[in-house]
Ligand binder design. Structure first.
Ligand SMILES: Nc1ncnc2c1ncn2[C@@H]1O[C@H](COP(=O)(O)OP(=O)(O)OP(=O)(O)O)[C@@H](O)[C@H]1O
Ligand SMILES: [Mg+2]
Length: 297
């Protein structure tokens, strides 16, 4: 186990617009002030599914992610929070090399999925993106039937050798995504005809169908109503038994409900990481506290 509270993230960038607040006198001697841009907290875990070390991301000249090191624990949910534009989606997309699709984007550092360095030249991104699946903010079913939305991935990845096996994959994926009961009698109808919450669960079923190890979710509930949101949140809790999940959210109650660990990003820096309960009750960095108490962002 590496040392807690490791000092990793160095930046001299000033913080325009962040007001210096007088903190009440509290019994927290280790409070880190806002000028300090070193990552604080518990960055590493004993049983990591993904390990990220010194990750930097540039869009052309723009340095969007600075020296981020963090572990994603196996069968855990890691929530990534922070103000708009701080780099949450950028960092999430590093985890399955989705940034490769952005011409100006350059990623440095190491990211491992278990023992595999996913940025190694020999890595084929197509199977990688099945192993590390992604669910986007806006549900984006293919313009195909419900069945074909789920069957598409297993077909192209050769995960089913017969129609009946494919039927089985579609059914089990829809069941795991909590959608089977609602759609089992209309699998041939278009996925785009479902409600927003159903479409998002269809997209989760589509990600699950290719047997991922990690599921990345970028604000998966932001287009959903509270009932559909609750359904997806419950689903995340169930999925976590089998998968490792990284979720970006603007909703701090959601982060508190679904995750075991939380990472707070600010202007491209990973400011603080730790157990979700600790982050929300006893943040060590002033910037984390300002954000979770609504003073910034
Ligand atoms: N394709 C791109 N080209 C150039 N700059 C980009 C690109 N995508 C993101 N950026 C910049 O990188 C920074 C981080 O953006 P990112 O989308 O990761 O933030 P975010 O934390 O996900 O924000 P939000 O909460 O609004 O989704 C921003 O300054 C953004 O303008
Ligand atoms: Mg984003």
């Amino acid at each position: 186990m590496e040392s807690m509270g490791a000092v990793l993230n160095r930046s001299e960038v000033p913080l325009p617009g962040v007001e210096t607040m007088a903190l009440e006198k509290v019994d927290r001697p280790e409070r880190i002030e806002q000028e300090n841009r070193l990552t604080v907290g518990e960055l590493f875990v004993d049983d990591a599914r993904m390990t990220c070390r010194d990750v930097n991301v540039y869009y052309g000249e723009k340095h969007a992610i600075r020296n981020v090191s963090i572990d994603v624990g196996r069968n855990q949910v890691l929530a990534m929070i922070g103000p708009s534009g701080c780099g949450k989606s950028t960092f999430l997309r590093c985890l399955n090399r989705m940034n490769d699709t952005v011409d100006t984007c350059r990623v440095s550092g190491d990211i491992f999925l278990d023992q595999l360095n996913i940025y190694d030249k020999s890595v084929d991104v197509v199977p990688l993106r099945a192993q590390v699946g992604m669910v986007f903010q806006k549900p984006n079913p293919f313009p195909k039937s419900i069945y074909d939305n789920v069957a598409y991935g297993p077909k192209i990845h050769g995960l089913a050798s017969s129609r009946s096996e494919l039927d089985g994959v579609v059914e089990s994926s829809l069941k795991k995504a909590g959608l089977w009961k609602e759609v089992s009698d209309r699998l041939d109808q278009p996925g785009t005809g479902l409600s927003g919450g159903q479409q998002q669960r269809l997209c989760i079923a589509r990600a699950i169908a290719v047997r991922p190890e990690v599921i990345l979710m970028d604000e998966p509930c932001s287009a959903l109503d509270p009932i559909a949101t609750a359904t997806v949140e419950n689903l995340i809790a169930e999925l976590q038994e089998q998968y490792t999940i990284v979720i970006v959210t603007h909703n701090m109650q959601q982060a508190a409900r679904v995750s075991q660990r939380t990472a707070y990003f600010h202007l491209g820096d990973l400011i603080e990481v730790g157990g979700t309960d600790r982050i929300f009750t006893n943040p060590r960095h002033r910037l984390t506290e300002d954000y979770i108490t609504g003073r910034f962002g």
